[in-house]
Design a binder for this molecule. Structure first.
Ligand code: FES
Length: 510
């Protein structure tokens, strides 16, 4: 299967069904935008209830974060419960715990009902502190875990070979293989009559005559009763862009020398940013999966350096045999640490729903979000709808207007022509490298392919006109503002943009 970066993840060895729906359809009962864990969970639940869905995925099923996750399944989230209690109160934090338990039970139920062989393994979790400051913080986290009702205890041993001052173990965690699970959901969904349209970019949705009308980049138009956005951020420019920040995390999979070293549990250190560990199985063998080095998307000078630092960290702890995989992946943090799941804010109708802002807990909140959106369509209500409501924070109309203005600017097409020879000389690019340079008063994004071919793009993001940055490890143009990403040739990888980057004309001198 494919994903949204050049580095291959361990989860890509799976084939996920991506059925094509007939193109002459005009009315669709429910459109689910996005074919990751959120979209598939929602669509399957709706199809089970006898509703008719079409998943519209901009690329292929599992192309986004679901094939780039570390696939931790946890009730202990990346945002500590100390922070959740401080921001939202103890009762809300207990509700969050209940919702994560529900998400685990949904994964478990789907796995059993559809006999999905996805390496689901229940395990405990560990967190360890390496200095006094971390110890103090971890003690507070332990106290918060007890307050919210997650069983935990102090321990003298941890399942990674790090020296530590203080550590805790907590129960109720799990891990699985995300794309095996996704493939199982897709198979079940298709067997119930669900349809999937891959390579379909939903560009625009509007309400018309008590119905939604969705337009795709390919020029198809559909009417629908409901549209569910399972895309991190809904397409286009909207206020959710200001409530979500894109982040990137780095993962490596290592073959270790000693069998004893693989951690059966989920393990986290307390560094800033923290590292996370788990075991992953492939072809009958176990490997160490480790991740960290998180930073805001396109806010790091040299992405490759993150892999080097992660590798140095692994080697400081383990005797390693070899590195099997390394990749990075994008996720979105919400402004108040909780996801947004529910009705699209600011709309009078209740036909558009969204689910986003999972932080580093995409498998849990993707599952929960998909299930909650399906419940809202089916019953008009769902558990946890108040705490995760996307309307919980007020409107941002002034900023929205500003963005709409920027969007209009971005609509103009690139007309200038540039000479290949001059640009090549200017750029001094190695093969596989990209760079933004100034030429004749214009900014140009250049990428040189493995055969020496040059691609020149206009680096103005097609979402709201920020300038994209070259990601030198995933080989993509990443937008620092709201996380849109583009391939080296400018084609669209991830929203919220719904259009490719514009391309500059390169000509040979006559
Ligand atoms: Fe919003 Fe690029 S993603 S400006």
């Amino acid at each position: 299967m494919q994903r949204d970066g050049i580095n291959k993840s361990i989860w890509q060895e799976v084939t996920v069904p991506g059925l094509s729906a007939p193109r002459d359809q005009e009315h669709v009962e429910i459109i689910v935008v996005g074919g990751g864990i959120t979209g598939l969970t929602a669509a399957l639940k709706l199809q089970e209830a006898g509703r008719r869905c079409v998943i519209m995925e901009a690329n292929t099923i599992g192309f986004g974060t679901t094939s780039g996750t570390s696939a931790h399944i946890n009730t202990v989230l990346d945002t500590p419960y100390t922070d959740i209690i401080e921001q939202h109160g103890l009762e809300a934090a207990r509700t969050v715990v209940a919702s994560t338990r529900k998400a685990i039970s949904i994964i478990n139920k789907n796995k059993d009902q559809y006999e999905i062989d996805c390496d689901f393994t229940r395990c405990s979790g560990f967190m360890y502190a390496e200095n006094e400051e971390e110890k103090k913080e971890l003690k507070e986290i332990k106290e918060a875990l007890e307050q919210v009702g997650i069983p935990c205890s102090e321990v003298d041993e941890i399942p990674v070979p790090a020296s530590f001052m203080y550590a805790i173990e907590f129960e109720e965690q799990a891990r699985f293989h995300p794309t095996k699970y996704l493939a199982g959901l897709a198979k079940a969904y298709i067997s119930l009559g669900g349809q999937i349209r891959e390579r379909t970019v939903v560009q625009h949705v509007k309400e018309e005559n008590d119905m939604l009308v969705a337009k795709t980049a390919e020029g198809d138009v559909f009417s629908a009763d409901f549209v569910l956005y399972a895309t991190h951020t809904p397409p286009g420019i909207q206020l959710m862009n200001f409530r979500l920040a894109p982040y990137r995390s780095y993962i490596q999979v290592w073959e270790l020398m000693r069998q004893i070293d693989w951690p059966e549990a989920l393990v986290y250190d307390m560094q800033e940013p923290f590292h996370y560990f788990r075991t992953v199985e492939q072809g009958g063998k176990s490997y160490l999966l480790i991740g960290g080095q998180d930073h805001k998307t396109a806010h790091h000078d040299n992405e490759k350096k993150n892999f080097r630092e992660l590798e140095a960290y692994v080697r400081s702890l383990y005797v390693v045999n070899k590195k099997i995989y390394e990749w990075s992946s994008q996720y979105y943090e919400s402004q108040d640490s909780l996801p947004f799941i529910g009705y699209y804010p600011g709309k009078k109708h209740r036909r558009e729903l969204l689910s986003s802002g999972y932080g580093g807990n995409g498998m849990i909140f993707g599952t929960l979000g998909g299930s909650m959106m399906a419940d809202l369509v089916l019953h008009g209500k769902t558990d946890f709808q108040d705490i995760y409501s996307p309307s919980r924070i007020g409107p941002l109309s002034a900023i929205r207007n500003l963005l709409v203005e920027n969007y209009d600017v971005a609509k103009h097409f690139v007309k200038d022509r540039f000479f290949l020879e001059e640009i090549e000389e200017l750029a001094e690019l190695g093969r596989g490298e990209g760079k933004i340079l100034n030429y004749k008063g214009k900014r140009i994004g250049l990428f040189k392919g493995e055969q020496g071919e040059l691609f020149a793009i206009d680096p103005v993001c097609r979402h709201a006109a920020c300038i994209v940055k070259w990601n030198n490890t995933e080989r993509s143009w990443d937008c620092p503002c709201h996380g849109a990403r583009y391939a080296p040739d400018g084609s669209l990888l991830n929203g919220p943009s719904v259009a490719p980057l514009k391309i500059w004309q390169l000509e040979k001198k006559k």
